[in-house]
Design a protein around this ligand. Sequence first.
Ligand code: ZN
Length: 339
Amino acid sequence: MAWHLNMDLSTATAWPIPGIHHITAICGDPQRNVDFYVGVLGLRLVKKTVNFDDPSAYHLYYGDGLGSPGTLMTFFAWELPPGVSARARPGAGQVAATAFWIPPRSLDFWASRLAAAGVDFQGPQARFDEVVISLRDPDGLALELVARDGGRLRAPWAEGPVPPEHAIQGFAGAALSLAACRPTARLLSERLGLRPVGSEGSRLRFQVGEGEDAAMIDLLCPSEAGPGRMGIGAVHHIAWRTPSRRQQEAWRRLLLEAGHDVTPIVDRQYFSSIYFREPGGVLFEIATDPPGMTVDEPAAALGAQLKLPPWLEPQRALIEARLPAVRWRPGQSSSPASL
Ligand code: ZN
C-alpha cells in the first residue's frame, strides 16, 4: 500500500459491522425504475412504500426473494415538474459506484442481457482478482456487476425474469469518492471494524463481513472531482447491518462518544435506524436486521400493495391519490438509459 493506516486496534469496536444492510439512491420516474431493476436486473420489488420523511414520494425496495439484508437496493423517487432538474453531480463525498455480485460463469449472460435491453456498459475488465462490468441505470446511477466466486443467494426469486443460476447475489460492495481518504479509512477500520485488504492505484479496499456476507468497500482517493451534489442518479446513503436493537443502541453511544453527530433511533417499520455522516461527506446508516420485509405482508405478496406504516395509515387516501400507479410489468424489460 502507498501509505499505512497506522491503526490503533485498542479503539476497535467490539462488534464489527457484519455487512451492508441496504443502499438507498434517488431516482426519477418510479415506473422506469421498476422496469430496470426488476425487468433488466431481475431483482424482486419487495416493498412499495413511501418516503417516511416525505410521504408524497415513493420509497421502492428491491432485493432477493425475501428482501434479505445485504440484497436491498432502495430508491426515493423524486418526481419534479417538467423543466425542473434535480440531477446529481458526481464528485467527492458521494458514492461513486454501487456493485452487485454475480457468479463468474454468468458474465456472458449479463453482457448479452444488457445489450439486448439497450443498456450501454463497459467491460468486462479486471479489478483486483475480479472481473467487473460497469453500467448506468436509466437515471445515470453508476452500477457494477462484479463476478466473484462463491455466492450467497439464500432466497432466490423463482418467478423473476433472470434464471436463479445467473441472479444477482446481493451487494458486492460500493466505492466512495473522497477528497481525502485517511479520516474515512480510520472510521471504517478502527471504529466500524472493516478490514483493509489491499490497494490498486488510488483505490483502497476494505472488506466488511465474512464469507458469503462479505462486501468490498473501496475508497477512491483523492478524488479528482470537486464536491458532488445530491440528486437524481446519486446514492443517498449506505446502511450497515446490526443484528439487534441492543447493539444499535451501543453503536449510537460509541459513535457519540467518538464525536459523531448521530441521530436518535428512528423507526423505519422494517428496521430501526441511526444516521451519521462519515468524515468524507457520505451519509451512513446503521439498520437492524429485524423485523424485516415480511413484517407487514406475507413473503408471497411482497411488493404487490402500497404499504404504509401505522402512523401514515390515516393519510392513505390522500397519499394514494398523489402517487402514480407503479408495478412490475412482465415482458416490459426497460427503457434504455436516458444519458
Ligand atoms: Zn436507509
